[in-house]
Write a protein that binds this ligand. Sequence first.
Ligand code: EPU
Length: 345
Amino acid sequence: MTLKILNNCNLMRNNTLALQSTAEYFCEVINTADLREALTFARSKNLAVTVLGAGSNVVLKNNLFGLVISINLKGIHHSIDGNNVVLSVAAGESWSELVEYALRNNWYGIENLVQIPGSVGAAPIQNIGAYGVELSDVFLSLDAMDIRTGEINSLSHKLCGFGYRDSIFKSKRKNRHIILEIKIKLSLTADVQCDYPLLSEALKKETRKSTGPITPQIVARTISDIRRRKYPDPSIIANVGSFFKNPVLNSDSVRRFLECYPLAPVFEINGAEYKVAAGWLIERCGLKGFRSGNVGMSSEQALVLLNYGNASSRELLQFSESVKQQVLSVFGISLELEPTVYGSF
Ligand code: EPU
């Protein structure tokens, strides 16, 4: 046995909401041999397995029974294919560092996803997206280990079943796979996506200052500035970015909704479904910047829930439940949590 497995491990530093949570067993893996050893250990003791990346999209309750595996697999490889570059990136790499690396190499397609916290392995699970681009736009496939059998399978784009902040790893195949590596396809030619309203407004100001074309580097810098203003740094105030998903309505519901609230920000997903901005709903309920005890909604972006210090998972989830209830009673719309909740009180 070379792998270090800790007993009763505090996970406060392993989740960006800084919640106090204890893992019955905990280990960090840096290669697939470690991972196999960890899974053998879990099987021998009949333990449930929970996988953590950077912990930037999870709510951890007080106790996580079983084995918590922190994925720290590293490595980025690339191959040029005509006008494209295919990147194979290990799950433990940082997503935002990957975006910077791609930009430094003039590989384009993920510049709008700059500064999204979290690990590369977590990115497909919720199909990360921002400012008009989603991971699924550049995704080719991923390699994942089956937790039960230890087998490594390649899953194509189609098999991953991507949707808005969704994939099969959140539903049918939840807790079945450990993502080891993803493959994405970027372009050697810039093709900037600037249609997202907040981005195009900010870029208008930016282009007033300079005359050249809008480059992916300008897009990334503009988005970084927006994000710095709207999303507090979790190392200063603990948070997981958006705490709720933007609710998705069908055409009939969205029409009725817009009759009552014509100014509400609504974004079309496809011809039949529309996202309503949850931040707007929360703000209209008077909850932007509202704080109760150790928990509050940010005053810059009402969709971001903040742990001001010592919130317990119970306090935090009770607070988020009260936000959901208020939105439901005012608008008749149910909000869903964006992060995944693990463990028990
Ligand atoms: N809005 C308000 N009040 C607020 C916040 C937002 O009225 O307090 C309105 C804005 O005025 C705008 C609309 O809501 O008209 C959308 O706001 P924003 O562009 O800030 O985006 P969002 O829908 O709140 C989503 C993602 C973010 C992503 C941004 C940009 C989800 C759950 N969140 O937020 O992703 O960065 O779009 O694309 O889809 C994350 O997933 O953690 C995340 C930060």
